[in-house]
Design a protein around this ligand. Structure first.
Ligand code: UDX
Ligand code: ADP
Length: 458
């Protein structure tokens, strides 16, 4: 079969894999190829056990794979054949040299740019899909212009706004698709080609365009605003616990103001995930680079409050349980950074588990999808940690349960049965406020929600 377009994505992670699966699903007339340097990842994409858990993704992959969606490690061939190349490689925070701990590590990105340059035999459109620092497209253009074969590359910025756990819905019905381009005739032509791809399923009024730098910056700003909103509500959980106000009542009251809206106001043990911290640090680093220290400090505070929130949660556990956790068995309900994903990158669970182990507690971890990653994250930790898929088995014989991830399944457990199997006095620390606290108290638990008065029997 001949295809109308050959699309390549370099980097088959959460973003690349899911986005390309959606393009292949919506555009059977395009050939979509995903390449990755990691052969295990590619083998998993080609198996029935996909490398990531994302509700609805397996169905789309299975229906398109081998027809117009292909996963391979042959990057060179992929580049040669493609007319449009999405770049979706990882951009972790730098761990060495200038900007260590803050700036984006661009080594994977630069390798990719040089590889595109080396392997290309015809002109191409290059689409920045991963989140990059502002003005990365400029560096990309500079590298790609080094070719001597008269090949022309147009670089576009097309940040992905999907959230894990809802990626398929977010990709199918995006709030907006943003495309940044140069305003040159060739830049506009490239932009129109990318618009044409999305227009296969996204209404035209949801596809917006801007200059490249605004597009790159918008992605960082969107994530900074989202994280700021959670840090804001979380900062008031501490206030509520002191003043006997109830954070959920406050969130409802402010969320009904149409100027504020009711989304992203769920109090928590702190936000996690691969994007928020990395993107804010990236912004903070750029602000300092431009001499904008006040702006940098403002956004850095969003991360600081998040660290404080995680620490506060552990402090509450320690003080509630008579200031000693040594030898006590604590069960973590959830390890993923949010529900409906197996991803544990920057999960608050990692911090909480480490701190509890420092206090010499014994941990039992349960999670429907993240236990493999939890084992990797806590590998080599100096303490006793065990894992169980079954929350009843995990809680059996424990002194306390800490709800870390808001999985639906935890709401409907038989807590009477769980209470009977636990050491008394039994504690529940609900780090997501998803349980029925009054009911738990009536069963006999000492209940410590986030941002509300504790319900205790002593
Ligand atoms: C985020 C952005 O939402 C997405 O647009 C971007 O493309 C990538 O980063 P993601 O990290 O996958 O997506 O998940 P998100 O739903 O934003 O949650 C991030 C963290 O915030 C999670 O730890 C979640 O539990 C926490 N959170 C979210 C809260 O604590 N309270 C809320 O009200 C919402
Ligand atoms: P994200 O959540 O942004 O999708 P991931 O870390 O899940 O990030 O995925 C990035 C993917 O990019 C990984 O699978 C990694 O192996 C791949 N990758 C990194 N560098 C290259 C490269 N030079 N060529 C091809 N793939 C790469």
């Amino acid at each position: 079969m001949t295809f109308k377009k050959n699309i390549l994505c370099i980097g088959g992670g959460y973003v690349g894999g899911s986005t390309m699966a959606m393009i292949a699903h919506k555009c059977p007339h395009y050939k979509v190829t995903v390449v990755d340097i990691n052969p295990t990842r590619i083998a998993e994409w080609n198996s029935n056990n996909l490398p990531i858990y994302e509700p609805g993704l397996d169905k789309i992959v299975i229906s398109t794979r081998g027809k117009n969606l292909f996963f391979t490690t042959d990057i060179e061939r992929g580049i040669k054949e493609a007319e449009i190349i999405f770049v979706s490689v990882n951009t972790p925070v730098k761990t060495f040299g200038a900007g260590a701990g803050m700036a984006a590590d661009l080594q994977y990105w630069e390798k990719t740019a040089r590889q595109i340059l080396e392997c290309s035999e015809s002109s191409k459109i290059i689409v920045e899909k991963s989140t990059f620092p502002v003005r990365t497209a400029f560096a990309m253009e500079r590298i790609l212009s080094l070719n001597e074969n008269n090949i022309h590359f147009d670089v576009l910025s097309n940040p992905e706004f999907l959230a894990e756990g809802t990626a398929i819905k977010d990709l199918e019905y995006p709030d907006r698709v943003l495309i940044g381009s140069r305003e040159t005739p060739s830049g506009v032509k490239a932009r129109n080609e990318l618009i044409e791809i999305y227009a296969n399923w996204v209404p035209k009024d949801r596809i917006i365009t801007s200059n490249i730098w605004s597009s790159e910056l918008s992605k960082l700003v969107a994530n900074a605003f989202l994280a700021q909103r959670i840090s804001s509500i979380n900062s008031f959980t501490a206030f509520c616990e002191k003043s006997e106000a109830d954070i959920n009542e406050v969130a409802r009251a402010i969320g009904m103001d149409s100027r504020l809206g009711d989304k992203f106001l769920n109090p928590s043990i702190g936000w996690g995930g691969s994007c928020f911290k990395k993107d804010i640090f990236n912004l903070v680093y750029l602000c300092r680079h431009y001499g904008l220290d006040e702006v940098a400090n403002y956004w850095e505070a969003v991360v600081n409050i998040n660290e404080y929130q995680k620490e506060r949660f552990v402090r509450t556990m320690l003080s509630a349980m008579f200031n000693t956790l040594a030898g006590k068995k604590i069960c973590l309900f959830g390890f993923a950074f949010k529900a409906n994903t197996g991803d544990t990158r920057e999960s608050p669970a990692i911090f909480i588990a480490t701190k509890l182990i420092d206090e010499r507690a014994e941990l039992v971890i349960t999670d429907p999808k993240a236990l493999n990653n939890a084992r990797i994250d806590l590998n080599g930790i100096n303490g006793t940690v065990s894992y169980s898929e079954d929350p009843y088995e995990a809680a059996d014989g424990c002194d306390a349960i800490a709800v870390v991830t808001e999985w639906e399944v935890y709401k409907d457990l038989d807590f009477k049965k769980i209470f009977q199997s636990m050491v008394k006095p039994a504690f529940i620390f609900d780090g997501r406020n998803i349980l029925n606290h009054k009911q738990l108290f009536d069963i006999g638990f000492n209940v410590f929600p986030i941002g509300k008065p504790a319900l205790t029997h002593f």
